[in-house]
Design a protein around this ligand. Structure first.
Ligand code: FB9
Length: 495
């Protein structure tokens, strides 16, 4: 085997690329042995040769073809079996193993004839000599000289003396580490080699500086977190500070009552909100705030007449999974209204999970991330809200924005916001906004003259648009293809 492997390498060195089938007549070895030597080369030293799979159609003799090659065709055997004086057909048919085929072929070739002139029919020779073409053809095929015309091959295939086979072979060519010798190349210089000095007799594989490095295993932010970073950066650039939203569970008081959402509002029903069973109720609220909120709901504040219903503490105590982050905004407003030194203008933002007991569909799950911006300052107006939201979305590369009146229990006026998305080439809803009502602000202690504008949007919608996803389950959840996360491109919202 060793000698054959070296001969193959020498052949490639001298003649370049070669098909293993073409080495059969060169080395006088059968094809399987040559393929085995190629496999041995590949397993001994990497990259010495390259092999590409090839297939070749070839004609081979069947067992019957090999019989004919050795003994002559059946028709020639019949001709040889006919004596000068002729022979009875029944006698002739016993003369060779394939007499039936041989007789009909010898007749159709015009080599023999039937003579009835003497009464009983006898078979006689019609010619004085014949040429056994079938045997000659098979000799040519057996020696690899494939010169037979297609119609002859087809006839022999039909007679089952030739068969067409597809042989899988390999085209061999020089590899990056081609060498005519198969000495195993060392890939590491070890302490033992240096200490013993054997390194002097070893051959080392040259460095392949073109080899690509193994991509390092690394973490990757989920696309949602990439978009969150982009939004956070925009808020920070605009001078906003992040609110502490690390409480998924919220009391109904902060999630609804403090936002002037009446206790019989449908949003507070089970089909829209997840109520927490343990701990079911909250008990710690600033007493003066409770009274002020109760007062605001029952009989209003600042000239409003309120909702005129009996406000119940036990309703406000029920714990929920927060349905929005606006409850956190209310907590922050209460805090700055009661801080030492009194109220100071602020710009706050938050980006965190909220939970809605909603019907799930391709773009909605029971939880999503709400992005919320809040600005509290003396004398600011709806115009400031529009200008701030425009500035925020301009940083996302969106410039065409439209505002449409809507209703929220805690803001008046309220606006839905739409943009013309250049990528989607259509108008899409991008958020909701408004000016917090006095019935919400006064109980929190926000001074008269201070207005608070706020807006909200989600993280999932822009992320799905950015990453070209149509189903939320391709972005979040157990069916997510982690390759989408690992290979997700860097997120630049304004490009
Ligand atoms: O995110 C939404 N759409 C959106 C946002 C950004 C965006 O970026 C692209 C690069 C351009 C693309 C689309 N929406 C709000 C609109 C719709 O997706 C809507 O179908 C789903 N809404 C959620 C609520 O669904 C139950 C998005 C979510 C939402 C809606 C309103 C608020 C927050 C989140 C709010 C508020 C608010 C109002 C007043 C005061 C304070 C907060």
């Amino acid at each position: 085997m060793q000698e054959l492997t070296e001969r193959i390498l020498q052949f490639i060195e001298q003649h370049g690329d070669v098909d293993t089938l073409d080495l059969v007549p060169v080395f006088g070895e059968d094809h399987q042995k040559i393929v085995g030597a190629v496999k041995s080369i590949e397993s001994t030293v990497a990259d010495v040769i390259n092999t590409t799979q090839a297939t070749r159609k070839t004609w081979e003799l069947t067992e019957e073809g090999k019989y004919i090659l050795a003994n002559g065709s059946h028709e020639a055997a019949i001709y040889e079996a006919v004596p000068e004086q002729g022979i009875a057909q029944a006698e002739l048919m016993k003369s060779s193993p394939n007499a039936k085929v041989g007789f009909s072929k010898a007749m159709s070739n015009g080599w023999i004839m039937m003579d009835k002139s003497g009464g009983a029919p006898v078979i006689k020779r019609k010619v004085t000599e014949i040429k056994d073409l079938v045997r000659d053809h098979l000799k040519a095929v057996a020696s690899g000289r494939d010169e037979l015309p297609d119609n002859v091959k087809a006839e022999y295939k039909k007679r089952k003396i030739l068969t067409e086979t597809v042989i899988k072979s390999f085209v061999l060519s020089k590899g990056l580490q081609f060498s005519t010798s198969l000495t195993k190349l060392e890939t590491d210089l070890t302490v033992e080699m240096l200490a013993s000095g054997i390194w002097k007799d070893l051959k080392f594989k040259p460095y392949n500086f073109d080899a690509l490095g193994v991509p390092p295993e690394r973490g990757q932010l989920h696309p949602l977190m990439k978009v969150r970073s982009e939004f956070r950066q925009i808020f920070l650039e605009m001078g906003f500070s992040e609110m502490p939203t690390n409480n998924f569970v919220e009391s109904s008081f902060w999630n609804f009552d403090a936002l002037y959402v009446p206790q019989q509002h449908p949003a507070r029903d089970q089909q829209d909100t997840f109520f927490v069973s343990n701990p079911q109720l909250s008990h710690k609220f600033p007493l003066s705030l409770l009274d002020a909120v109760k007062e605001s709901h029952e009989s209003g504040t600042d000239g409003s007449i309120g909702y005129r219903y009996k406000w119940k503490l036990e309703e406000a105590q029920k714990n929920v999974l927060r349905t929005h982050t606006t409850g956190v905004s209310a907590r922050m407003l209460y805090k700055i209204a009661h801080q030492a030194g009194g109220f100071k203008p602020v710009k706050y933002f938050s980006i965190d999970k909220v939970f809605r007991n909603e019907t799930l569909d391709a773009t909605h799950l029971a939880e999503f991330h709400q992005v919320e911006g809040v600005v509290a300052d003396y004398g600011i107006t709806l115009g400031d809200l529009i200008g701030t939201f425009n500035a925020f979305f301009n940083k996302l590369g969106i410039t065409e924005l439209e505002y449409k009146p809507t209703f929220n229990p805690y803001t008046e006026p309220s606006m839905e916001i739409f943009c013309f998305h250049p990528g989607l080439e259509r108008w899409i809803e991008v958020g909701n906004s408004g000016v917090f009502r006095p019935e919400m602000l006064r109980p929190l202690g926000v001074p008269v003259g201070v207005n608070v504008i706020a807006w909200g949007l989600s993280l999932e919608r822009p992320t799905m648009i950015k990453y070209g996803l149509n189903n939320i389950r391709d972005l979040i959840g157990p069916k997510v293809d982690l390759k989408m996360v690992q290979e997700g491109p860097i997120c630049r919202m304004n490009r």
